[in-house]
Design a protein around this ligand. Structure first.
Ligand code: B3K
Ligand code: ZN
Length: 889
């Protein structure tokens, strides 16, 4: 299989102005009649090449005349015609696809009793022959015909023009989308659903119908989704001045879905996990995720759909930007109506959660064999590039632009972007140029030329900080030095790649020895936080009126996606953890102190860490600091996640990480038991459930206290946890108790409550996903237990959510039990089983161990063997073979 290069982009030689699609929908075989209005774009008479996959071609006609097979060339994946110099013509194609056999869930497929489509990135070619690339934009008219009883609802993009009954119990619906779009945004849904709807008035006074469709029986679970959609519409109007451009906007929940959701124009299809919620069955985290994903897909309507990508190398153009937008949306929703101090804290909590996710998923990716810039240079399979780098690092790169331009400047840049490119398929560079047009006005003589390197350079930059205090002159010299070491394939390139310095906004604050914030005076300007713009390899700033050697607060707010290198004493960390005024940096200091203690205890398990008492004292101080909100306190008092810690060991030593972390949680639980008990009592909530920031924050703090008490190991912890489980009136509390029991409980308590949970929730698939997941991820669950769970009647590899809840959870999060020869070969076995069904999912599972070379020697050998076993199999999917080859190269 060959790889595609960004530089090979050529415009498509034809325009497809209109696409008229007629579907005779049936699960086993669906006939699609496609009528394309084609215009030559460059009069060059080049061949017209269409893509197709797993289709049966029945007929091709040009301007009404049926072509004989010698008038076109058909290969497995292309249909080529030579229309000569015709300036415009009509092309009609009839073909068959087979939804019921479509286990990949790309193209038209069956889920439950319904039919759904997923076209991004290259699924439309599995529906009909078409130039399946995002820069070909057409107006669609879609006629759906199907059995009325089986498929009473027939949905597609845009507006419903007409619907009528047909003979033989069939019916049809005709949809027309007024907005030209690339085919990856096409969608249809056919089935029987419940609908929750609301009509709203958009900012300019137009009526718009918002609808959420889901399986019958789940209508009580769609209220939050619809409300989130309304909030998304309002937010985009106020924050970005962007209005809904449709009369009707639909969301449909699917039980089988490869990703989170899909932003098809006017007809979003969602993984049901990101639609359905009620207090009894959904956690706070799922409420927040639903709001974020609904926002994300809705925001794509402008950033993605109105302005789309020229080619798939530009994926971050829409994804990075839209993630940034959904992060801001969530932050605004969380802080809405709160007093200033609490709002700031809530904003910091959101930032902490986003940065944690970036560090767990993106940093390792950026240091491994799949490392790629946010605008990749080449790929073999584009579905492998829906990565944390494109999404989350992409969002950080947008956020830095926001930091450099300011809120108003950024908004002006966005306005300019839409003024220039509405209705077009464009590049990342086009976006940056729009932002730059504002930046140069704000900073005469300066450009974003150097900032562009963020788009072409992979790897996490390192910024080394050096301070030089001059007591006599009362000045502080701060030197920042950046390194951009080679990553992934770059490490093997000869001559070595020369990486250029990036433009890095670095926010800095200073505290004195008592923890009081100092102001930074540079060239006469005085501020609490200085934004240093590092552009050179090394740069120095001098601050005046600094009487004593200060404690620096570095990379405040995580102002750039970099790793800071600065040697700190544990006492400095403790000081920052107690006093830093920047909530992010304060959390970071506490985390660093905990990390240090954990890494110490890994490197010398006998003696433990000399700083353990300091950590306990710091935790105690934080537990008693009345100025902290519960949500923030729960974040600052959590130990770094196993996977985050793992990244800090070298070689990677998963078992040591698990043991050290469990030991320290137990120790903190025990040493501070009375404080945890107080926190547990103080954060009790009476009254009805609401997922707002304050209440969910209280639940997180209370449940964290519970976990520490449970981990402390005494009899009391388990009793409290069992009571907590029984008294829970919402899924957040229920799951927290179950999770604590499954991790730390006695075998009897654990299996008794697991059984109870299963019996209570067996009819709710999303909750049963949690039941599988909580077991799979627990250190108390062995490989044999997982194999046993796979024989459970509710388990199926075909449903992506279920595969993720058991197999992915075990391989990704059960660090104690997956890392053995047997565990590794189990992983390889599941990768292969999934590959036969669904390559998008199998290659994701494969990626769990792409960093195999960094593990301890014994684990590395066994992982290598497992990788080789995968590689030696015949007929790997293109997705999987790309991953395997990169991992083993
Ligand atoms: N754009 C979709 C991703 C679809 C990827 C499928 N291989 C979801 C999103 O980012 O909004
Ligand atoms: Zn997206």
């Amino acid at each position: 299989v060959q790889s595609i290069s960004r530089h090979d982009y050529r415009p498509y030689p034809y325009r497809i102005t209109h696409a008229d699609l007629q579907f005779d929908l049936q699960a086993d075989a669906t006939r699609v009649h496609t009528r394309l209005s084609v215009e030559s774009a460059d009069a060059s008479g080049q061949a017209l090449v269409l893509n197709g996959e797993d289709l049966t071609l029945e007929q091709v006609a040009l301007d009404g005349r049926t072509l004989s097979p010698d008038e076109y060339t058909l290969t497995e994946n292309t249909l080529t015609l030579a229309p000569g110099t015709l300036p415009a013509f009509t092309l009609e194609i009839t073909s068959l696809c087979r939804p019921a056999d479509n286990t990949q869930l790309m193209g038209l497929y069956v889920s439950g009793n319904s039919l759904f489509t997923q076209c991004e990135a290259e699924g439309f070619r599995r529906i009909t022959w078409f130039p399946d690339r995002p820069d070909v934009m057409s107006r669609y008219r879609v006629t759906l015909r199907a059995d009325k009883q089986r498929y009473p609802l027939l949905l597609s993009n845009g507006n419903l023009l007409e619907s009528r009954d047909l003979p033989d119990g069939r019916h049809e619906a005709v949809w027309e989308d007024p907005h030209p779009k690339p085919c990856y945004l096409f969608a249809l849904v056919a089935g029987d659903f419940a609908c929750r709807e609301q009509t709203i008035q958009t900012r300019s006074g137009r009526d718009a119908l918002l609808q959420v469709y889901s399986d019958h029986g789940s209508e009580h679970q769609t209220e939050w989704a619809l409300d989130s959609l309304v909030r998304s519409v309002r937010w985009d109007e106020t924050r970005f001045g962007l209005e809904l451009d449709l009369d009707r906007f639909m969301i449909v929940a699917a039980r089988d879905f490869n990703m989170g959701a899909m932003e098809n124009k006017g007809l979003n299809v969602f993984n049901s996990a990101y639609v359905l919620a009620d207090p009894e069955s959904a956690t706070d985290a799922s409420y927040h995720a639903i709001e974020a994903v609904i926002g994300h897909e809705y925001f794509h309507n402008w950033t993605g759909n109105r302005v789309t990508c020229r080619d798939w190398f530009q994926l971050s153009l829409k994804e990075g930007l839209t993630v940034f937008r959904d992060q801001e949306f969530s932050a605004d929703m969380m802080t809405h109506g709160l007093p200033e101090a609490e709002a700031q804290s809530a904003r910091a909590v959101k930032r902490i959660d986003d940065v944690t996710a970036l560090r767990i998923a993106q940093f390792p990716e950026d240091a491994g064999p799949m490392a790629h810039p946010i605008r990749p240079e080449s790929y073999q399979s584009i579905s492998n590039f829906y990565t944390a780098t494109i999404y989350e690092k992409g969002a950080e790169i947008i956020r830095m632009q926001h930091t450099l331009l300011g809120e108003e400047g950024f908004r002006a840049g966005m306005d300019e972007y839409f003024r220039r490119h509405d209705g077009q398929a464009v590049t990342c560079d086009d976006f940056l140029s729009a932002m730059e047009s504002v930046y140069v006005r704000q900073n005469p003589g300066s450009t974003l030329e150097q900032f562009r390197r963020w788009y072409s350079q992979a790897g996490t930059p390192r910024v080394k900080v050096t301070l030089a205090h001059d007591a006599a002159a009362q000045t502080l010299r701060v030197t920042l030095e950046q390194r951009n070491p080679p990553v992934g394939i770059e490490t093997r390139q000869n001559p070595p790649v020369e990486k250029l310095p990036l433009h890095i906004p670095f926010a800095l604050g200073l505290l004195d020895g008592e923890g009081k914030e100092l102001s930074l005076t540079h060239k006469g300007v005085k501020q609490a936080t200085a934004l240093l713009e590092l552009r050179e390899k090394s740069q120095t700033w001098t601050f005046e009126n600094i009487a004593e050697q200060p404690v620096p607060s570095l990379l405040r707010g995580f102002s750039a996606p970099v790793i800071v290198e600065y040697e700190r004493t544990p006492q400095e960390l403790a000081l920052l953890a107690r006093h830093d005024t920047d909530a992010f940096a304060r959390w970071e200091a506490a985390q660093s102190l905990a990390t240090r203690v954990l890494l110490d205890s890994i490197s010398r398990p006998e003696s433990g860490s000399p700083d353990e008492q300091l950590l306990i004292d710091t935790w105690e101080a934080l537990l008693q600091d009345g100025s902290l909100t519960a949500a923030y306190r729960s974040r600052i008092l959590s130990l770094p996640a196993e996977r985050e810690l793992l990244e800090k060991t070298s070689p990677l030593d998963p078992l040591a990480v698990v043991e050290a972390r469990r030991r320290l949680i137990g120790k903190l639980g025990d040493a501070l038991a009375p404080f945890w008990m107080t926190a547990y009592e103080d954060n009790r909530i009476d009254g009805p459930y609401a997922p707002d920031a304050a209440s969910s924050g209280k639940r997180s703090m209370r449940n964290l206290a519970l976990l520490y008490l449970m981990a402390a190991g005494g009899q009391g912890g388990q009793e409290l946890t069992l009571e907590h489980y029984d008294a829970a009136r919402n899924m957040t509390d229920r799951m927290a108790a179950l999770g604590a029991l499954v991790q730390y409980g006695t075998p009897e308590a654990r299996s008794e409550r697991l059984q109870h949970f299963y019996t209570q929730w067996r009819h709710n698939p999303l909750v049963i996903d949690r039941w599988f997941a909580v077991q799979a991820a627990s250190a108390a669950t062995s490989l044999a237990d997982v194999r046993q769970l796979m024989t459970h009647p509710d388990f199926s590899l075909r449903n992506p959510n279920r595969a993720r809840s058991l197999i992915f959870q075990f391989c990704t999060n059960n660090l104690r039990n997956v890392h053995s020869r047997e565990g590794h070969s189990f992983w390889a076995e599941q990768v292969l089983a999934l590959d036969a069904l669904n390559p998008e999912i199998s290659s994701r599972l494969a990626r769990v161990f792409e960093n195999w070379q960094r593990f301890t020697p014994v684990l590395r050998d066994s992982l290598q063997q497992a990788w080789r076993h995968i590689q030696s199999q015949p007929a790997l999917s293109s997705n999987l073979s790309e991953i395997v080859n990169k991992a083993l190269s």
